[in-house]
Ligand binder design. Structure first.
Ligand code: DQA
Length: 147
């Protein structure tokens, strides 16, 4: 069974409370529950982790080596400027799918750049919590194609 880590970055623990007009009213726990339910249907094992710090996210990414088949990553604002997270993604040699709840390309200029995108397998943005479900689907498609 494929095993994935769903890794969320800074401020995503405040989902539901934080700018609900942008990020929706579902809590972090509710979003994780929805992801877990979909993963079960797709026969994918998922674990969840969240960190508000750059080093915390990097440590989590390193620990994925040998433990997971891939990562669904919402790096939050680090997406836009963390070369250290970009290097960690490149280092672990696992497929990482970048997700965002909001459409970062339709927002402020500074959000249009993702420094992690070039080292990710792909990017899904703009579908609210469903962005994570689409990322699960992407992993299921990749596995089917590799068969
Ligand atoms: C986000 C978009 C980022 O620009 C922002 O800093 C976040 C959340 C999203 O999921 O839409 O924290 O990654």
């Amino acid at each position: 069974m494929m095993k994935l880590l769903v890794l969320n970055g800074p401020n995503l623990n405040l989902l539901g409370v934080r700018e609900p007009g942008v990020y929706g009213s579902d809590s972090y726990e509710a979003v994780c529950k929805r992801i877990a339910e979909r993963a079960e249907k797709l026969q994918i094992e998922v674990d969840f982790a969240q960190s508000n710090s750059e080093g915390g996210l990097i440590d989590r990414l390193h620990a994925c080596m040998g433990a997971y088949d891939g990562v669904i990553l919402n790096a939050g604002a680090y997406t836009h400027y963390s070369y250290a997270i970009r290097d960690a993604i490149a280092a672990i040699r696992l497929p990482v799918v970048e997700v965002h709840l909001s459409n970062i390309h339709a927002r402020e200029e500074f959000r249009h750049t993702s420094v992690i995108a070039p080292v990710c397998r792909g990017q899904i943005a703009g579908f609210g919590p469903a962005s994570y479900l689409l990322a699960l689907q992407a992993f299921a498609e990749m596995a089917a194609e590799a068969e």
